[in-house]
Design a protein around this ligand. Structure first.
Ligand code: SF4
Length: 340
């Protein structure tokens, strides 16, 4: 099925777990109308990790909240479909699927309630989503803490969040998310607040859990280096729009959108050690109306006059014509290697 933007990342013969199509989330304030998510589409299949990467303010977290029905006023999901297990969540609501979709937020210290023990918070999720209570819930809470690598779980389950380190708090948040026995885990910058060693441990943990539980993961980050390590397929988001999508290997080898290239260039190790990491001047604009030009044009190093007058559509640039698309007027213009 092709999307309103003409693109598709569908895999023939497989049904996506979640299919997002033309999602639009708008915030209405007294001063302005912000089109935070402006017509994005992507699919997530069972057992895969899909990356959503972009700078701060690009619409990543609003996308995550839109998927889970957690957009607060003055925001509203205005258009689109969120087809989960064949039903449009925007039509049915989330009640029936609450346990099937879980989220891990960026800052574990804010996600945990300081006045309840970690065990209490896991048991609450088990009671709501699994109907488990009493000793069965206690045992399962310990099992979940063990599954996320908390040592001495029978003792730790009785402790409060402030008695956990940052890395252990994030593991506890993941344990709470898993208590729902989800099919899809949305990880919104789950390692940003952690140091690099703990970050690597949490990424390994998510990888292990995914293989064991056949979880689908939407991994959201501003850090292309983290995304390239975790995702099977990558969506690059800029100012509320997906500007490029491709399988990870393909995107790393042959980015078509200048913004993707800028994100890739920011990964340490891709630039020779004697050179400074390239930076991108300016900021992500706030989309306050329908796009009338390429939103990246003011920052784009290769912009031409037309970029300031015409919003680019996503065009297929993949070898098989379906798995790689980019929304750039110059996409597909570079000559294949060896053809001069
Ligand atoms: S459409 Fe133009 S401004 Fe936008 S990314 Fe492509 S080249 Fe740059």
């Amino acid at each position: 099925m092709s999307r309103p933007d003409g693109s598709t990342d569908r895999t023939p013969g497989r049904e996506p777990l979640l299919s997002v199509s033309d999602l639009r989330t708008v915030f209405y304030t007294d001063k302005e109308t912000i089109h935070a998510v402006d017509g994005i589409s992507f699919d997530i299949y069972p057992g895969e990790t899909v990356g959503l990467v972009g700078e701060s303010g690009s619409g990543k977290s609003v996308t995550a909240r839109s998927l889970l029905g957690l957009v607060d006023e003055p925001g509203v999901v205005e258009e689109g479909t969120l087809e989960f297990k064949g039903e449009d969540l925007l039509e049915t609501g989330w009640a029936e699927y609450r346990g099937d979709l879980s989220i891990v937020f960026q800052d574990p210290s804010n996600a945990l309630n300081p006045v309840y023990t970690v065990g209490n918070q896991i048991r609450e999720a088990l009671a709501i989503h699994q109907g488990l209570r009493g000793s069965a819930a206690r045992e399962r809470a310990i099992e979940l803490l063990e599954a996320v690598g908390i040592p001495d779980a029978p003792r730790r389950v009785k402790e409060y969040p402030h008695q956990f380190s940052g890395g252990m708090q994030q593991r506890a948040v993941i344990a709470i998310a898993l208590a729902c026995d989800p099919d899809l885990l949305v990880c919104d910058e789950p390692t940003t607040a952690l140091d690099v060693t703990i970050q690597a441990q949490i990424l390994d943990l998510l990888d292990e859990l995914q293989r064991e539980e056949d979880l689908a993961i939407l991994f959201i980050s501003h850090d292309m280096g983290v995304i390239e390590e975790t995702a099977d397929r990558i969506n690059v988001i800029y100012a509320g729009e997906i500007v490029e999508r491709a399988p990870t290997e393909r995107l790393l080898a042959a980015p078509e959108h200048p913004y993707t290239e800028a994100l890739l260039n920011s990964i340490p190790g891709r630039t020779p050690p004697d050179q400074r990491l390239p930076t991108l001047d300016g900021e992500v604009p706030t989309p306050d109306g329908p796009a009338e030009s390429c939103r990246f044009a003011p920052r784009c190093p290769v912009a031409v006059e037309e970029c300031h007058e015409t919003p680019p559509d996503a065009v297929a640039v993949g070898e098989n014509g379906t798995d790689h698309s980019a929304a750039c007027l110059l996409a597909g213009e570079s000559e294949p290697e060896g053809e001069q």
